[in-house]
Design a protein around this ligand. Sequence first.
Ligand SMILES: [Zn+2]
Length: 437
Amino acid sequence: MQRLVAVRDHNLGHLEVQVAQDVQELQRQALERGAQAKAEATPPRCPVCGQPLSRLSGGHPRTFKSRFGSITVQRTRGYCKRCRRWRVPADAALGLEETAGYSPAVQDLAALLASKMPIEDARAVLEHLTGVKLPRATLDREARRQGQRAQRLRRQLDQEAATQRRQLELTLEPYQLILQLDAWDIRERDAWGQTAALRRAGQEPERWHWVWTGTCFRLDQRGRTAGGRPIISERGFVATRQGLDALREQLHAEALRRGLGQAASALVIGDGALWIWRLADDRWPQARQRLDFYHAVQHLAAVGRALFGEDTARLKAWLKPLAHQLKNQSAVKVIGQLEEALAAMPAGAAAQAVTKEVAYFHEHRERMDYRAGRRADQPIGSGAVEATCRQTQCRFKRPGQFWSQTGDEALLCLETFWRNNRWHLLFPHTAFDPARN
Ligand SMILES: [Zn+2]
C-alpha cells in the first residue's frame, strides 16, 4: 500500500484493485477450509435415496473453480446398494453435482451472464467484474448445463402447479387474470454440416423457428407510474422453442402460479394469429378473447390503402375517426362503414382486398370489445408481451447469430427464471443474506 501511495498517477481505483488482490488469497483459503469442513460433516448416505453407503473410502480429492480461485476438497466415496452406484455425498452437499468443476457462485455468474449477452462479452464482463477467468467454450458449456438443469426444475415446478390444489388465498377483491401471447422467430443452424446433402435431396434446411412466448398477470397488480404509464408489479413470463403444446402447458402452469385458479375471470389478448385463439379455446375456454387494438387498426389502414391508394392525406383523414370509433364505440358500427365503402367500390383487386378485410373484422368482431375493455380499465393491446419479446430478442437475435435448439431452449429457460424472480430456486445462495443470519 505504501508503495502504491507513492505512485503519482495511481488513484483510488488502483488501491481498490490492490486491496481486492491482497484479500483474494485469504478468501480462497477460508473457502477451502469451509468446504473441507462441510465435506467432513456430510453423513455417508446416498444423496439420491438416503440409504447408508457401504465400502466407504476417504481422501478422494476434487479441485474446482470458485469465486476466489481454485480450491481442492478431499471427499469420501461410498457404494449405494439400492441405486447400485458409487456416490460422493459431499458433492451433493456442496452443490457440485451438475457442474464440470465450478462452484455454485461461478455456475450462477456463468448462467446469468450467458443468458444476458453474447458469450464473448459474457467472458470479458465476468473477468472484469469478478476476476474469474473462464474460456469462452467453457463458459458456454457451463451456462447450457445450468440451463438444462433449469429446464428440469421448470418441468418439476409446472407439474406441481398443475397437480397441487393450492390453498385458496383469501382475496379481498375479485381479480381478473390477463394472458397475452405472441411469437418471434430465431435463427438456428440445425442439420449442421448436412446442408449440401439436404439440398441434393431437394430439401432446403430450415433456419428460422418460432419462439413461443406468453405473459400473465393479475389486473389488480397493474399500477401506474407518476407519469401515468401502466406498470405491472408481478408478471409471469414464459418462452419456449419446444412448440405450441409446450407453450400451452408452461403458460397454464405460470397462470396457475399467478392465481388463475382463484381468478374471477380471465382475458386472453393477442394479435390476429390463428394459433393464439386455437390455443385459448383449447386451454382456457372460459376466458374472454381480445384482439390487440393496434393490429385491428393496421387492418383498418389496409382498407384505407385499398380505397385511397397513395393519397396518404385522405387515408389519414379517413382512418383517424374510424380508429377512434373502434376504440370508443363499437366494432359493429365500424364494420357497417367498411361494408358501405365496399358496396360503392368497382369490382377489382382493391375491392377484393377490402372484402378480405371485412371478413377479418367479422371474424374478430367479438374480440374487439375495446370500449368495454377501457371502461373496465383492462388493457386493449398485447403491448406487455410484445415489449418482453423485444427485450428477449436483444439477446437472441443479433447479427450473425445462429442457435441450436438445445442451446437456445436452455438459455431461454434461464431468462424466464430470472424474469420471474425464481433465480434463487436454481441458485439458493443468491437469496442468502449473511447480514440477516
Ligand atoms: Zn441410493
